[in-house]
Design a protein around this ligand. Structure first.
Ligand SMILES: *Cc1c(COP(=O)(O)O)cnc(C)c1O
Length: 723
């Protein structure tokens, strides 16, 4: 691919030639899902690695020359370095993965993947929640499978919004600017060696976009940045943060992502034959493809039909906030010139974003996406059904089951979310039947080998990870105490009294109202009895951020925080600040039970439960999203949500209490003489066996490829299958 970037070595004059590979490695997130590669950075200096918050670029910049002198005289380090650099080069050079076996001619096909957010690693603040991690895991898995994909997203310079909880439980947001020069991102340069800047076509006043790149293994992710001097002040802020609240700014974000993103790929000479739109935000990329065809002399109609057959649109949520609707006068302001280029009048353009059952509401981006792409999917079986029902208005003649919205259930990238210690334990047993088991990680058979792991080994590993989680929480509190002299009540509320020998429930996700984070407090007396049972106590760890504009979410958070401060709950509730990728890793590896209780059918999928399950953490969840497919009766706990809004909370909370009282707690505390709760471990094994392959990103990416890509490929070669 024809892009040039900064000469990276020049930025690190103190890194010796012998170790120059560390610089290449730092600028490719391959290190983030290969723990052996991370160790190379950690060994430079463990404290500095920690202090950099696991950002190898920062680490290399800040490590004094003497660190490297030590390394090049350390044969053990050099040996590891050589082996890992060799593996990295082989990985990058290998274009013979699963994809090329399936589609020997498929290399001519490039798929462009557009998303407003990417959750790749905690050092890159380009995500808000599940949608981002789904996109990040998609890229990593495409890299591993050799799928020829290029990705486009935003470089959010103010993407870090750290959560700080005040003593009264109110969430403050502390902004941290991303230091572009100390991040694992690279400037893309133009022919004269300056950073590439494009202008978004046909949008007035003009918007300029600078281009960055992140290497995600073999997948290039191009990032758009409007914070450059050539832009008007109001346009510089477009790429500051995820999901601007104000409609005009949000529209400009989507214009930049779609139209600007398409322009960037064009200018880089990247020809792609198919487009995958992750949620509605980037849909203008498809519009721009249509405009380009019109510019060659095609009619709008023909251009649209041609572009349509090579585009997949994935819808991710039934929640209204996830489905943008823009006022028509606003649309008109930005698209009047553009409509002329499309050769259609404004009314025709607006009709593409019209929702026939919600007349007069504006330009609906999801309706628009559904109309201008051929292939559509939801993100779980249930969500597919919900989406067909939700959008059936767009296909008035069809029965609901015939609405052209399919589903592909989400999955998680196993090397990213499986704890390395668990990975070694599994590998020890899996490798005895299949040394290449990671290549076949979407094969459920391999996972049956979990049965051969001795209960003791699995249990001890789990307890070790739980201890690690609690140590981490307490250490953070210690530091906060030291620096801010917090009131003791707050230290308790933030988890100081959590005890590793107590059954531990985790609840961590964004504090959107539909997720009902405080549901378990519905009957406080019953909850107190469960938590404070002297023989079989229970503790709960909460984490999650409310959107800065979501006061209702902040109020829920505050209520939980207040409960956590009350002595009546016995110090058995902890609220962990600043939930992000790193804390998510600790939690999904280290708690005993992962709890989820949204209002059905709002949880389109929910991926954190998959991450937990992969590590042997048992789900206790309402039947919604992925758990409807994941739950098999023996691999965790499930309850049906109550349909009636009036009694819903009481009834759902009661379902959780009874499961805890009658099943979860007794099972956990039924250890045999050897100290191991064998019944519990049996369930841990059952959940690992039954969910890991099915809810892996490998299964998911293969499904996207096999379901859609042949048709896309055929259509790209001018033989569009008749839908
Ligand atoms: C996986 C993940 C999510 C998404 O989890 P849900 O179950 O969909 O809420 C959100 N945030 C972080 C940090 C994650 O790792």
């Amino acid at each position: 691919m024809a892009d040039t970037t900064d000469r990276l070595m020049d930025k690190f004059p103190h890194v010796p030639e012998r170790l120059s590979g560390l610089v290449d490695l730092a600028y490719n997130l391959w290190w983030s899902w290969h723990p052996e590669a991370r160790v190379l950075f950690k060994q430079i200096n463990q404290q500095a690695w920690k202090k950099s918050i696991h950002n190898p670029v920062k680490l290399l910049q800040e490590s004094p020359a003497e660190f490297y002198v030590n390394l090049i005289s350390n044969p053990e380090y050099l040996r590891r370095y050589d082996i890992i650099m060799n593996r990295f080069s082989r990985y990058m050079a290998n274009h013979n993965g699963w994809f090329s076996e399936q589609y020997p001619k498929g290399r001519s096909l490039t798929i462009a993947y557009f998303s407003a957010e990417y959750g790749l690693h905690h050092s890159l603040p380009f995500y808000a929640g599940g949608l981002g991690f789904l996109a990040g895991d998609h890229l990593k898995e495409c890299s591993d499978l050799g799928v020829p994909l290029v990705a486009v997203g935003f470089m959010y310079s103010e993407g870090y919004l750290h959560q700080h909880i005040r003593p009264d439980g109110w969430q403050d947001n502390i902004k941290e600017m991303l230091d572009r020069d100390a991040a694992t991102i690279i400037r893309v340069l133009n022919a004269s060696g300056e950073q590439m800047v494009i202008q978004v076509p046909f949008i007035e006043p003009p918007i300029h976009v600078a281009v960055w790149k992140v290497n995600v293994g073999k997948i290039p992710l191009y990032l758009l940045d409007t914070d450059i001097p050539s832009n008007l002040p109001e346009n510089r802020t477009i790429s500051h943060r995820l999901y601007a609240e104000q409609a005009e700014q949000r529209l400009k974000q989507e214009i930049v992502l779609g139209i600007g993103g398409r322009k960037v790929l064009n200018d880089l000479g990247i020809e792609f034959s198919a487009l995958h739109l992750n949620e509605g935000h980037p849909v203008f990329a498809q519009l721009e493809r249509i405009r380009e065809r019109v510019a060659t002399g095609m009619s709008f109609e023909t251009a649209m039909n041609q572009a349509k057959g090579t585009a997949v649109f994935t819808t991710h949520t039934p929640v209204p906030a996830g489905n943008d609707i823009f006022p028509l006068d606003l649309m008109s302001r930005y698209f009047s010139e553009y409509c002329q280029q499309l050769g259609i009048d404004e009314a025709t353009f607006f009709s593409l974003g019209h929702h026939p059952c919600e007349a007069g509401t504006g330009f609906n981006m999801t309706a628009f996406a559904l109309r201008i792409t051929q292939y559509h999917n939801g993100v779980s079986k249930k969500h597919g059904m919900v989406a067909r029902e939700m959008w059936r208005c767009l296909w008035p003649g069809l029965q609901v089951q015939d609405i052209p919205i399919d589903h592909i259930t989400n999955g998680v990238h196993i090397p990213t979310w499986l704890n390395p210690r668990m990975d070694s334990l599994y590998s020890k047993y899996f490798s005895s039947v299949d040394p290449q088991w990671q290549t076949n990680r979407d094969n459920p058979e391999i996972w049956q080998m979990v049965d051969e792991i001795p209960d003791k080994a699995l249990w001890e590993e789990h307890i070790w990870l739980k201890q690690k989680l609690l140590n981490r929480i307490r250490e953070k509190k210690r530091i906060k105490w030291e620096s801010q002299l917090n009131e003791p009540g707050n230290l308790v509320a933030e988890g100081l009294m959590l005890n590793p020998s107590v059954l531990t429930i985790g609840f961590a996700r964004r504090f959107s109202t539909y997720k009902r984070a405080d549901l378990i407090f519905h009957d406080k007396i019953r909850l107190r009895r469960i938590l404070n049972n002297p023989w079989r106590p229970v503790q709960i760890i909460f984490a999650g951020k409310a959107h800065p504009a979501d006061n209702e979410g902040k109020e829920i958070l505050q209520r939980i925080y207040e409960f956590a401060q009350q002595p009546g709950f016995g110090g058995r509730i902890g609220f962990v600040e600043d939930y992000g990728e790193q804390m998510a890793q600790y939690l999904v590896h280290g708690v005993d039970v992962w709890m989820n209780n949204p209002i059905p059918p709002m949880e389109a999928c929910g991926t954190s439960g998959m991450k937990a399950s992969l590590n042997g953490v048992l789900n206790l969840s309402i039947l919604d999203g992925w758990w409807i497919e994941g739950y098999n009766g023996n691999n965790g706990w499930a309850f049906e949500g109550e349909a009636s809004p009036e009694s819903r909370d009481a009834s759902d909370a009661a379902a959780i209490y009874s499961l805890l009282e009658n099943e979860v707690v007794p099972l956990y505390y039924s250890a045999s003489l050897d100290g191991i709760p064998h019944g519990w471990v049996k369930k841990m094994k059952e959940t690992i066996k039954s969910t890991s392959a099915a809810f892996s990103a490998r299964r998911m990416v293969k499904e996207y490829v096999t379901k859609y890509y042949p048709s896309l490929l055929a259509c790209a070669e001018n033989e569009c299958p008749v839908p």
